[in-house]
Design a protein around this ligand. Sequence first.
Ligand SMILES: Nc1ncnc2c1ncn2[C@@H]1O[C@H](COP(=O)(O)OP(=O)(O)OP(=O)(O)O)[C@@H](O)[C@H]1O
Ligand SMILES: [Mg+2]
Length: 306
Amino acid sequence: MNIHEYQAKALLRKYDVAVPEGRVAFDAQEAADAAQALGGPVWVVKSQIHAGGRGAGRFANDPDGKGGVRVVKSIDDVRENARKMLSSVLVTKQTGSSGREVKRLYIEEGCDIARELYLGMLVDRASSRITIMASTEGGMEIEEVAHRTPEKILKVAIDPATGLQPFHTRQIAFGLGLSGKQVSAASKFIAALYQAFVELDASVVEVNPLVVTGSGDVISLDAKLNFDDNALYRHPDIEALRDEDEEDPADRDRGRPRGPTPPTPPCVRVRTRRFGSVDRRWTDRRQAQRTEVTIGQRLAQCRAAT
Ligand SMILES: Nc1ncnc2c1ncn2[C@@H]1O[C@H](COP(=O)(O)OP(=O)(O)OP(=O)(O)O)[C@@H](O)[C@H]1O
Ligand SMILES: [Mg+2]
């Protein structure tokens, strides 16, 4: 399941991942109010659709105009751009020619960008390990980087027996060419993002761009979070973020609890106690399979009891 950038940033903020301040807006006046509250002097008006390439995308009713991510310098401009963008169809590389109607905007404080980097995490099914990917080529589509210059993507697989260690985060920070206080800022960022990834049962997280600011801070300027549909029953708060307008009807029911009785929270806790830390799920596949059986039986007991 996908969520919007503003929702991903709100979740990541809870894990102390550094993100700029921002507010969601559903109409032009809300956008202006959000800008007023944020304070400026620079704001970014960002289309919220479940498709990438928004900045380079174009609106169907204004193909020669500006894209779906706009940097503006006055509250009137925030209002005016919001008015034009909302209810308009944004066509990007990933939406296909029919595009997507923009129904929500994210108004974010402008950031002083020194460098744009890439950071991603996913569960590599072949090795059953969380793999962190980092690149100095931020702001570009990572698939393109992987295709043209694969040597520019650093991959670090995390052994589930140890979890993320400080040497991993330093390896990535140095691989990104960071130095001085940027190394500790990046290490803190990566550790926070990893914790969020594991605890939220994410399947992919992408921060593109990860930005080094003029003052040496490391923050997430964009955030994409994708969740393992099979684990959504453990995260009703994330399930509640589902935006059905953005989903393909064929995919909509994937991952929803099947059967007459959805699992209840007391059953969910069984799994957590059993494994202790989420990382241990990958330590021994056979043990995991055996435990799934136990959980299945326990779930059946819980269902029978309710
Ligand atoms: N808060 C901000 N301050 C300054 N510049 C920003 C901010 N947010 C985004 N930008 C600029 O806009 C560019 C595009 O933003 P973003 O990555 O969020 O959208 P996108 O890449 O077009 O969308 P997607 O990631 O969906 O492909 C960034 O690379 C960055 O240069
Ligand atoms: Mg981006």
